[in-house]
Design a protein around this ligand. Structure first.
Ligand code: ZN
Length: 151
């Protein structure tokens, strides 16, 4: 269940980003998964495949990176990585600690498909070869200006 909620939240974030930068397709999401969050990656992926269908994020790849747990012992100030389920400080065995990393999962970066507007402009210029070169070039630069404004 939490995997579905997580997939929905990263989809919302990705779509908001796509519309902000005027991207038509999202290629990839880089996602950090906190070790303590206990999210199941396969479940996130299958929910993602379902809910992204028909959106600009359909077919986008999810690249997961596990973020290891780091704790700060509040008794002896030691920064440590717990072994397995035992979260106690290895030096003083205190269980009073602050979680420094590993408790949250988040999107770290979003890759969008390279804008195809430029490729379209060049294709038009090639088809328009019989035109005087200056007019074809002007058509390309007008299209380019349009493509640039969208960003
Ligand atoms: Zn300690």
């Amino acid at each position: 269940m939490q995997e579905l909620a997580f997939a929905e939240s990263i989809l919302q974030m990705a779509l908001a980003h796509a519309s902000r930068v005027g991207a038509r397709r999202i290629a990839r999401l880089h996602v950090a998964i906190g070790q303590l969050s206990a999210l199941v990656l396969d479940l996130i992926q299958s929910h993602w495949d379902n809910i992204s269908r028909g959106s600009p994020a359909e077919g986008a790849r999810l690249d997961f990176r596990q973020e290891l747990t780091r704790l700060l012992c509040l008794a002896c100030d030691r920064l440590y990585m717990p072994r397995g389920r035992d979260l106690a400080c290895p030096a003083c065995h205190s269980t009073r600690f602050k979680v420094i990393s590993g408790h949250e999962s988040r999107v770290e970066a979003i890759d969008i498909e390279p804008d195809e507007a430029f490729r379209t402009a060049f294709a038009v210029a090639e088809n328009a070869r019989p035109l005087p070169a200056t007019r074809a070039a002007a058509a390309v630069s007008r299209r380019r200006a349009k493509a640039t404004r969208r960003h």
